[in-house]
Design a protein around this ligand. Sequence first.
Ligand code: AMP
Ligand code: MN
Ligand code: MN
Length: 328
Amino acid sequence: MSNTTFEQIGKVLRDYRSFAILGHVRPDGDALGSQLALALSLEQLGKDVRVWNEDGMLEKYSFLPRADLLTKPPANAEHVDVAVALDTAIQNRLGTTLAGIASAKIWINIDHHPSNPGYGDLVIVDPSAPATGEIIFKLIKSQGLPLTHDIAENLYAAISTDTGSFQYPKTSSRTFEIAAELVRDGGLEVGQISQQLYESYPRRRLELLRELLRSMRFSECGRVASFSLSLRTAAQLAVLPEDNEGLIDHLRAVRGVIVAVFFEELADGKVRVSMRSKDEAVDVCAICQKFGGGGHTLAAGARVRGSLGEVEQKVLEEIHDVLNKRES
Ligand code: AMP
Ligand code: MN
Ligand code: MN
């Protein structure tokens, strides 16, 4: 797979008229912020833009500027000139937004997951980028596309969330320079954005954490930590899927833990597995790929068919094997 250039993508963005900007199912701040930022820049150019996500806009990100632009895909598929997939490692993670597109002359794929196979006609996959938002920033700057306050705030939210507030290893001096530029030129108020991102959770999120901690288990001499959420508990607490984003970080934050795993029972007979690593030598993307998933070396996921107990056992065994092979 070889990447195209920002120039080629910039030319398509200028030359065509109608666009659909898509992101992955169960979106995070990077997907939603990147989608809105690119859409708003195209809107400034006078383009006809749709912004779709299978889950629509999440309550917790509804403070993002122009969040109203982001909707679920329409029931009747539409023809667009250009479809753009952002932050989406495999095409089927676009979910129902794919069915919203009757035809597109060109597919663009912009992402930072190393497991992205490079689907689409024009592809930029940059695994060195800590967030897709950083790639969108570079695209906008290099092509002289509009960058307003609203666009800057969406990009800042994308980068802040996907770097774990500028903590994860792919955070570089360039990331801080980009953040500084967004804050300065976009006139952003960092304290206010951070409060909306990290200090505005619903109380039920903490109630969920309390239940998860009850199920917390350590194995492999404290190197693996996991917790699980059953459908029953989720229903009792009336939690939304978005409520658990980031809770896995409590496991990762424990000294000695190398791999953290969160198992979430889904209604379709599968279990969502979310995995984090603190050691580049333990590639959780590779582990998740064995179960049909993907992601990054240090943060990955998969959806695995089976009961909660079965999936927990299979996945923890695989992690056991990987840790032991590494030692032998
Ligand atoms: P999560 O644990 O859901 O926050 O996901 C961690 C990373 O793995 C994200 O970058 C996701 O895009 C990626 N990922 C999660 N689930 C899957 C999956 N089923 N297939 C491919 N990639 C995934
Ligand atoms: Mn994402
Ligand atoms: Mn991302």
